[in-house]
Write a protein that binds this ligand. Structure first.
Ligand code: PGA
Length: 270
């Protein structure tokens, strides 16, 4: 059973004081942990504070990036080992903003994915096609390339412990959410690629999130798709009440699904 995961990606927003205020509000919510898993990805500067505030709450901590080495002469960088000590569980790798503005390559994403695994973190591998690529009919080629390269060094030591986030570049921060058909198609395709890379059992256990202009209003039709295992949320996650509402709506949409339709159709290991 893939438990939906909702990650609030704050990007470069919120000072530590603002982070505290947000998290206090978030912690007032009674999260139904059986229905979904919730994580917050603040900037590095608020991770320690967030780790302390979230401890024991069931809300998970995520980081927005990491370096692939555990230590060394890499001025300005932060390693997975450092993150793990702060109670970080998830770490984004290959977000399109890092690919576009900071020269992140598929090769680096692969090393970071492996680096995260080595540090005991769960990599959230972000990938997606640009607008010109979609218009040229190259969506599948692009996302397959991203996925295969990102996982080139992964060893899937713990099953289910890699998360994929499908985020079409043209939908991020633009207010243009992909249609349910586009999302469902991409997610089904990615799961098939994953099966060929890592085997069917791992593919069926791996959560594939959608990201790109998800709002409390629009999340329902995306979250109701059986292929979608949660969302990576940017803009709509910056206000705690909005993120809470979004997760509630996503969970409610899921409840309306026929029973077990999101369950993997493969035999469970004994
Ligand atoms: P958005 O960002 O929700 O603001 O489109 C999503 C993301 O970048 O992860």
């Amino acid at each position: 059973m893939r438990r939906p995961l909702y990650i609030a990606n704050w990007k470069m927003n919120k000072t530590e004081i603002e982070a505290r205020e947000y998290l206090r509000e978030l912690l007032l919510e009674r999260w139904d942990r059986s229905a979904s898993e919730v994580a917050v990805a603040p900037p590095f500067t608020s991770l320690r504070t967030a780790g302390e505030l979230l401890e024991g709450s069931g809300v998970q901590l995520a980081a927005q990036d990491l370096h692939w080495e555990s230590a060394g002469a890499y001025t300005g960088e932060v390693s997975g080992r450092m993150l793990a000590e702060l109670n970080v569980r998830y770490v984004l790798v290959g977000h399109s903003e890092r690919r576009i503005h900071f020269g992140e390559t598929d090769e680096r994403v692969a090393r970071k994915t492996r680096g995260a695994e080595k540090a005991g973190l769960v990599p959230v591998v972000c990938l997606g096609e640009s607008e010109p690529a979609r218009q040229a009919g190259r969506t599948e080629t692009v996302i397959e390339g991203h996925l295969r390269l990102a996982l080139a060094e992964a060893n899937f030591a713990r099953r289910g412990d890699v998360v994929i986030a499908y985020e079409p570049v043209w939908a991020i921060g633009t207010g243009r959410t992909a249609t349910p058909e586009q999302v469902g198609g991409a997610h089904r395709f990615l799961r098939e690629v994953l099966a060929s890379v890592a085997g069917r059992a791992i593919a069926e256990e791996t959560r594939i999130l959608y990201g790109g202009s998800v709002t409390p209003h629009g999340v329902g039709e995306i979250a109701a798709l059986p292929e979608v295992d949660g969302c990576l949320v940017g803009g709509a996650s910056l206000i705690a009440a909005s993120f809470i509402e979004l997760v509630r709506s996503g969970v409610a949409a899921r409840r309306d699904l026929p029973p077990h339709s999101a369950d993997p159709a493969f035999p469970q290991a004994p």
